[in-house]
Design a protein around this ligand. Structure first.
Ligand SMILES: *Cc1c(COP(=O)(O)O)cnc(C)c1O
Length: 348
């Protein structure tokens, strides 16, 4: 990846784009009278536009993740970064995207919206990645490659060497979605950011951090690549309330770590309890905060649980997930309810 040049693979219109310049872009610094942005002057805490580049929040995240603030992009959920990456690099109707199957559904939806061909390499029956097979789908017009580890909906981490092989051979952008990395026994690829200028890592506040409601996703990449996303994003994409709430929560990352530990011990307990139910055919190994379980009649069990007020995700229509339910790890009590209802269902 020595001679990787972003400008070579960017869409031409994005390379040439003159971005919108907001009032807060043109004036940076301290002042006491702001008459530049047509805001309402009466202070309510939210009468001003937010910082378009979320400097304070990024400074804190940078400390926590051991990266530079300019290597961070913040989006309205990870979905914003996924969408912007496709729009930055894939010429609609011409360029294509390669990914794995099954995986997170938003990659394909964003590709479809952008009219970018989406190619999928089927994982094996243990949801493992064959790097060679995936790389065979790559051609001259492949600009982006999406990997997800730990993967959704299977829960397993992809093989580190396979990911590395892909990073070494692919000449476009590799997006590695680490939404569930806090629950994983594998290390994040964040430390490899300097090694791979074509790597983008996605993480989120929606899972381990417990803040799905504020809609805040992170992308980590070289300062140059992050600069591209900043140029094409909506100027004020992260609102003040979200920035404030994230900053407050980030002060105390111990709470997040404690919750992750609780979820991990509950995951272990759930795996054990589900394994004891003989009618459950398979419980796939999980590195995430959910478990994929193969049963004989997923739809019937789904409906039975629904009737008891317990909602799980029926993933039966997804490739390699026939008759499989995806079960999020809840609180001890919630998990207990699920297990006891399943035992009742199977008369065990
Ligand atoms: C939940 C999830 C996300 C998070 O998306 P947000 O938009 O940040 O809430 C990202 N990727 C995967 C694979 C997920 O399962």
């Amino acid at each position: 990846m020595a001679n990787f040049d972003i400008k070579q693979i960017l869409r031409k219109n994005i390379r040439d784009l003159q971005p919108y310049s907001s009032a807060r872009d043109e004036f940076k610094g301290d002042a006491s009278v702001f008459l530049d942005a047509n805001e309402n002057p009466f202070n309510s805490g939210i009468n001003r536009y937010p910082d378009p580049l979320q400097q304070q929040l990024k400074t804190r995240i940078a400390q926590l993740k051991n990266v530079k603030p300019e290597e961070i992009f913040l989006g309205n959920g990870s979905d914003e970064a996924i969408d912007l990456l496709i729009r930055a690099f894939c010429e609609p109707g011409i360029d294509n995207i390669v990914s794995i199957k099954p995986t997170y559904g938003m990659y394909k939806v964003c590709a479809d919206i952008n009219n970018s061909e989406y190619r999928e390499a089927l994982l094996n029956s243990d949801f493992e990645l064959d790097a060679e097979a995936l790389l065979r789908l790559v051609d001259y017009n492949t600009k982006l490659l999406f990997l997800c580890s730990p993967n959704n909906p299977s829960g397993n981490s992809l093989d580190t060497l396979a990911i590395q092989q892909i990073l070494d051979s692919f000449k476009g952008i590799v997006v590695l979605d680490e939404a569930y990395i806090d629950f994983s026994a594998q290390k994040s690829f964040l430390a490899q950011l300097e090694t791979y200028p074509n790597l983008v890592i996605l993480q989120t506040f929606s899972k381990a951090w417990g803040m799905a409601g504020i809609r805040l996703g992170m992308a980590f990449a070289s300062a140059e690549l992050i600069g591209v996303l900043n140029r094409i994003k909506y100027p004020y994409n992260i609102n003040i309330l979200t920035q404030q709430r994230a900053l407050e929560t980030l002060i105390d990352s111990v709470k997040k770590d404690e919750q992750v530990q609780l979820i991990l011990s509950e995951r272990k307990r759930m795996v054990n309890a589900l394994s004891e139910i003989r009618s459950i055919e398979k419980i796939f190994p999980s590195d995430a905060n959910f478990i994929l379980a193969k049963v004989s009649d997923a739809r019937k069990i789904y409906n039975y649980l629904l009737g008891k007020g317990i909602i799980v995700r029926d993933r039966s229509k997804v490739s390699l997930c026939e008759n499989s339910l995806r079960i999020t790890i809840g609180t001890g009590q919630e998990n207990e309810n699920l297990i006891s209802e399943l035992k009742k269902y199977f008369n065990q």
